[in-house]
Design a protein around this ligand. Structure first.
Ligand code: HEM
Ligand code: HEM
Length: 191
């Protein structure tokens, strides 16, 4: 997928492919509609919730694909791949030292904190999907207050994570002297 043609331009690197961007902004839309706009439990809420589950499944399937690059050249890496995840002590230390030097490498995907947040967000969204499905589709559980409570707590915790996520994106972008939002919009990061 990331052929050299798409991975390089003279001053930019291709970081986030279309699938990652589609899933990200689709999930953002679904969360925003369900948390702030649609009436809880109504058809729009249901459609948006299931759409988020579909996008999440697609993103996970995409992440299970092996990284594309056989070379050690991280400019052509498949950053969406879960095989690029490293949560070792060393990775965290390296990330902190990059931040202290105010220079994050332009050819990296998620930092280790970003991957951790990814896992939490995925778990919460799946939790919302499962509890929502149970309330909506299993007659015996309709109006079950424990399920309703769990669903609403997970939605609130996810909202908290989203606020931390957005703040972290802008702080890391500024402190680490790196473009983060642009690649999530266009795919490309300027070196
Ligand atoms: C409902 C709100 C949001 C949710 C649930 C959410 C969730 C996520 C997830 C799951 C990822 C990992 C992407 C992947 O690997 O597929 C991610 C990455 C990212 N998100 Fe969001 N996001 C939200 C809102 C936003 C907003 C409003 C922005 C823009 C300011 C944003 C900017 C980014 C960026 C720049 C990354 C990549 C960070 C990096 O380079 O490591 N997100 N987000
Ligand atoms: C993006 C994922 C989702 C988010 C952010 C979300 C968020 C919420 C929120 C904030 C509420 C109101 C809770 C309260 O009253 O305190 C709610 C209620 C509800 N949601 Fe979801 N939801 C999601 C997915 C789903 C799905 C997939 C379904 C099922 C198809 C679903 C079914 C329901 C139902 C039936 C209620 C009503 C519970 C009640 O009567 O209080 N939700 N949801």
């Amino acid at each position: 997928m990331n052929s050299a043609k798409f991975s390089y331009s003279h001053d930019s690197i291709y970081i986030w492919d279309r699938v990652v961007r589609l899933c990200h902004w689709g999930i953002v839309t679904a969360f925003t509609v369900n948390y702030f706009i649609a009436e809880p439990g109504r058809l729009v809420h249901e459609i948006m919730g299931y759409a988020a589950m579909g996008l999440l499944t697609l993103r996970i399937a995409w992440g299970i694909r092996r990284r594309n690059s056989k070379s050690e050249n991280s400019d052509t890496d498949f950053h969406a791949s879960f095989s690029t995840i490293s949560l070792s002590k060393h990775t965290f230390k390296t990330h902190i030292s990059h931040l202290k030097r105010k220079q994050l490498p332009a050819n990296h995907g998620h930092n280790p904190f970003g991957w951790l947040m990814f896992m939490v967000v995925i778990a919460l969204l799946f939790g919302l999907g499962i509890t929502g499905f149970m309330m909506e589709e299993i007659d015996a559980l309709f109006g079950n207050s424990l399920l309703e409570w769990t669903h609403s707590i997970m939605a609130d915790v996810l909202y908290g994570c989203v606020i931390v996520h957005i703040a972290a994106v802008f702080i890391v972008q500024y402190v680490g002297n790196i473009q983060l939002v642009r690649p999530m919009l266009t795919g490309w990061r300027k070196r």
